[in-house]
Write a protein of this length. Structure first.
Length: 317
């Protein structure tokens, strides 16, 4: 039994098709368990590599959402070979191990961010109701307004973390800036960029790259929600994002991403909205950990530093 609450090998034994030993356990922790195995989709076919993933109750929506995305955006989201929603597991096709973080050619990064944007635009136009029916969390304006205040008025011990705690002065300064942060939310609402699918944990290791044909498969939708789509690109502003070594790589990638949103605003206003969303994004992710993820975990030490990690991005800025 792993900590996501699933008897892994008993579940594997219930697969609707056949699997071939040996298996390779890649990860097991409270948020998920991941096993690589060989899977026979149809009798008489050769086995193919696949990934078995089990999830805890708070991430059970990942299974129907992944199914839905894989059907609507073929090859851009994992294709499910098997699933059991009541038991909270799924089997996904193996798309290889070539991830975007290993790529030095910026054209692959352009392609990956354009793929994410097109999926998000498509979700805003056609998929919101379907995603809500799949259990996708609703983190639109009302949620953002409520949880921002709840985060910054919470007891200090719930925001402290372990090894990267905020100082008393840092936390006091952030609390005093609540009206400023609320102003950011109000200003964001003046742009017509729609709420859409937000990945929740987007970084280059979550993108699998295929060469011929050139395809980008975005994995791990457990943290997704309907919220402001531009939050997904916060990783571009990490201290060490490991971007390709070309001049103005970050600016080029932002422009590639924003080009998919040109039906909604002018390039100038899209960039204004993007910059504002990226300023607010650390508060958004800290609020998710405060309101959703950490309260649902038994072993909180595994993620206990995430709230101060995000809040520190706002200190002195």
């Amino acid at each position: 039994m792993h900590r996501a609450g699933i008897d892994l090998y008993n579940a594997i034994g219930k697969l609707n098709r056949t699997w071939v030993p040996p298996t390779e356990q890649l990860r097991t922790w409270e948020r998920s368990a991941l096993i690589r195995l060989k899977y026979i989709d149809w009798p008489g076919e050769d086995p193919v590599w696949a990934y078995f993933k089990g999830v805890p109750p708070q991430f059970a929506h990942e299974i129907p959402i992944t199914r839905h995305l894989g059907e609507l955006f073929a090859h851009n989201a994992p294709h499910l070979l098997d699933e059991d929603r009541s038991e909270r597991w799924m089997v996904m096709r193996d798309y290889g191990s070539r991830t975007l973080d290993k790529e030095t050619d910026i054209r692959y990064w352009d392609g990956a961010l354009t793929t994410l944007a097109k999926m998000q635009v498509g979700s805003a136009r056609e998929m919101i109701d379907f995603l809500f029916r799949d259990g996708c969390p609703d983190r639109r304006w009302d949620w953002l307004i409520r949880q921002l205040e709840a985060l910054l008025t919470a007891p200090a011990e719930t925001l402290a973390g372990d090894t990267s705690a905020l100082s008393a002065d840092e936390l006091s300064d952030l609390r005093a800036r609540l009206p400023e942060f609320q102003g950011w939310l109000r200003e964001m609402q003046t742009y017509v960029v729609p709420m859409a699918l937000e990945h929740g944990d987007f970084w280059p290791g979550q993108v699998l790259v295929q060469e011929e044909p050139e395809l980008y498969t975005i994995i791990d939708w457990s943290d997704c929600s309907i919220s402001h789509p531009f939050f997904s690109l916060l990783f571009l502003f990490d201290d060490e994002p490991s971007l390709p070594a070309v001049p103005d790589a970050r600016e080029r990638l932002i422009n590639s991403y924003l080009s998919a949103w040109s039906d909604y605003e002018s390039p100038e206003r899209l960039r204004e909205c993007f910059d504002l969303a990226i300023k607010f994004a650390p508060l958004y992710y800290a609020a998710i950990y405060h309101a959703v993820i950490l309260p649902g975990m038994t072993f909180k030490w595994e993620m206990n530093n995430m709230i101060p990690f995000y809040l520190k991005k706002l200190v002195g800025k």
